[in-house]
Ligand binder design. Structure first.
Ligand SMILES: [Zn+2]
Length: 209
């Protein structure tokens, strides 16, 4: 229980210090609603804290966290699509002007895809079925047996580009990107060095931001 107790202690510290500091902002957000600067699609990984990395305050970021920060392609069926529902709300209702796919180094989901511990042909588990979204990113990345770390990094970054491509299969996103109302960004965070990289289309590379 010590883990839970430390979190409850954290809450008390939040309520007496941080909440008091942000009280006027939070009351204003409650009254006027939210108007986030960006939607961030990040991994569930506990080592990646988008709010801390981006220095954001409440109301800034509309966040989705899923395994390996993936965006599935647009599919209109009766199944449950959590990430797609969040995209639909963020873009058609809140009209958020930016989407950031925030990938990261040492991603467990991508590692499982690479080492074969997740079989993307087997749709009997939630993870294997979900990770099949990134199958193309893995297949399109040149394998380098002598440098497994580089290969993982390349697949992690290729998967971000794959998710950017999938975003454009959503009609309400494509329409807004084309008329300039929406910007798509592919970012990559290395939590071990604290560095953040952004995909540069002209250079076709991830550049330190
Ligand atoms: Zn991850």
């Amino acid at each position: 229980m010590s883990e839970i107790n430390s979190l409850i202690k954290g809450y008390h510290a939040y309520h007496t210090v941080d909440y008091r500091r942000d009280e006027a902002l939070l009351r204003s957000l409650a009254e006027k609603g939210q108007s986030p600067k960006a939607m961030v699609i990040s991994c569930c990984d506990s080592r990646v804290e988008p709010s801390a990395v981006l220095g954001s305050i409440p109301g800034d970021l509309f966040m989705v966290r899923n395994v390996a920060n993936l965006v599935p392609p647009f599919v209109a069926d009766s199944k449950h699509h959590g990430t797609s529902a969040a995209l639909e709300y963020a873009i058609t209702q809140l009209e958020i002007p930016n989407i950031i796919i925030l990938g990261h180094a040492m991603c467990g989901g991508i590692k499982a895809l690479i080492d074969g511990s997740v079989d993307t042909e087997d749709n009997s588990t939630f993870i294997s079925n979900w990770m099949s979204i990134a199958k193309e990113a893995k297949n399109n990345t040149d394998c380098c047996d002598h440098d497994k770390e580089k290969f993982q990094r390349d697949v992690e970054q290729s998967s971000i580009l794959n998710s950017l491509k999938n975003l454009m299969t959503f009609p309400f996103i494509k329409e807004r990107v084309e008329d300039g109302r929406l910007e798509l960004n592919g970012w990559y965070f290395d939590f071990s060095t604290g560095e953040l990289f952004g995909y540069d289309e002209e250079q076709d590379a991830f550049i330190n931001l």
